[in-house]
Design a protein around this ligand. Structure first.
Ligand code: ZN
Length: 165
């Protein structure tokens, strides 16, 4: 099943969310006493994002932050990701990324994404759904997913990732 095209109202709202996070990114820093750090590189667009995180001994993402430069979509995605996942179990990162990725490629719609991450991260999908506008621009999907690849590399103990594989 394919997600329906966005309405104009929704598209405007989504653009506002992306511009807000793109201009004033949250958690734009390096995590103090981070337990992992990884850089993501998207040569197609020139996005370079370094994600750092601190995972507690019980597997909770105590803090997630990022630094770097890139287009509004990559920065907004990193900003929303850091907000959504701080305080969540590290395993939630995989689940949320799966939902965001499928949203961005148009495989699922917002309600289906919420069902994937329910119940803990349902609210995060409302914001992260703003990234789903990239489904019309396949090249941009890499911008939106870059910080997530970087975070998962970080959690896997790798220090580098690239969208070109
Ligand atoms: Zn980009």
């Amino acid at each position: 099943m394919k997600a329906a095209p966005l309405t104009d109202d929704l598209r405007t709202l989504y653009q506002e969310v992306i511009l807000d996070h793109g201009k004033s990114p949250r958690n734009f820093r390096v995590v103090e006493h981070h337990t992992c750090k990884a850089q993501g590189n998207n040569p197609m667009c020139g996005d370079k994002v370094t994600v750092s995180a601190r995972v507690s001994p019980t597997g909770v993402l105590e803090d997630v932050a990022f630094e770097g430069k890139g287009c509004a979509i990559s920065i907004a995605s990193a900003s929303m990701m850091s907000e959504a996942l701080s305080g969540q179990p590290a395993t939630a990162a995989h689940k949320l990324f799966e939902a965001v990725h499928d949203l961005c490629t148009g495989k699922i719609d917002t309600d289906q994404a919420k069902a994937i991450v329910a119940p803990d991260l349902g609210d995060s999908i409302d914001k992260l759904a703003s990234l789903s506008g990239v489904r019309q621009f396949p090249v941009r999907v890499k911008c939106a997913t870059l910080p997530w690849h970087a975070l998962l590399s970080c959690l896997d103990g790798k220090s580098q990732t690239t969208t070109e594989k």
